[in-house]
Write a protein that binds this ligand. Structure first.
Ligand code: 13P
Length: 253
């Protein structure tokens, strides 16, 4: 058994209406049989959060949002606060996903404000980092990843940081069918854990879970999850298929 409890999260992105979400969750609950050793989190769009939370209420499955804003309330048209997410029984929130960074201009500083606000509201942030193909091929991508992690978690106390989850998602592996090899992923996960060790000390860093994301499928999940520093998966496309997602959860268990 792994030292850290595996955590598999499904990032539905901008997919599924309310009725489609209901069908997907019902299918999933039939497929997910043994959850005793694994944390499972579903991250539907905002519009389905309350419904999904209601459907999984009597199960160990937890619900997460895909983003949030850092202010508690106010004149911020279109935004959703941590309090609102807690109100619909969310326990997690994905922050700084590469799609938010790429299409909506999110920076490390902004992710940091959101992470602090999430933790203050007892929401567990899933903080995403990842390099683009250009960065991997032409730049000091390891330095870029270290900076993303440091700046996104800067100023967060050691006690709070243990509640956070880190997700390594190489941008070139997202939705492309081209996953990082287990060795490539492990190399970066070890680098991220070493960075966490510098930031928080070895004891805390050993407790923080680091998920891999990017074309995780039933066929590659077991090998990725067998790596010593890979503590779970953040699954996009395959999380929209009940059988495929359940098979990935099984690979972690
Ligand atoms: P895919 O699994 O579709 O590659 O998406 C990964 C991802 O971005 C999860 O957050």
């Amino acid at each position: 058994m792994k030292i850290r409890r595996p955590i598999i999260a499904g990032n539905w992105k901008m997919h599924r209406t309310l009725s489609e979400a209901e069908n997907l969750v019902k299918g999933l609950l039939i497929e997910l049989t043994d959850l005793s050793d694994t944390d499972v989190v579903l991250c539907p769009p905002f519009t389905s959060l309350a419904k999904v939370a209601d459907l999984v209420a009597k199960t160990p499955v937890r619900v997460g949002a895909q983003d949030m804003y850092w202010e508690k309330e106010g004149a911020f048209t279109g935004e959703i606060s941590a309090t609102m997410l807690r109100d619909v029984f969310c326990r997690y929130v994905i922050l700084g996903h590469s799609e938010r960074r790429q299409y909506f201009g999110e920076t490390n500083a902004l992710v940091n404000r959101k992470a602090k606000a999430a933790l203050a509201a007892s929401l567990r942030p899933i903080v995403c980092v990842g390099e683009t193909l250009d960065q991997r091929e032409k730049q000091d991508f390891k330095g870029i990843l270290r900076t993303q992690l440091r700046e996104s978690l800067e100023g967060i106390s050691v006690e709070e940081i243990e509640e956070a989850i880190v997700a390594y998602e190489p941008v070139w592996a997202i939705g492309t069918g081209r996953n990082a090899t287990p060795a490539q992923a492990q190399e970066v996960h070890a680098l991220l854990r070493a960075t966490l060790t510098d930031m928080t000390g070895a004891k805390t860093a050993a407790k923080i879970r680091i998920q891999y994301g990017g074309s995780v499928k039933p066929a590659n999940a077991a090998e990725l999850l067998a790596q010593p520093d890979i503590d779970g998966a953040l699954v996009g496309g395959a999380s929209l298929d009940a059988r495929a997602f359940a098979a990935i959860v099984k690979a972690a268990t």
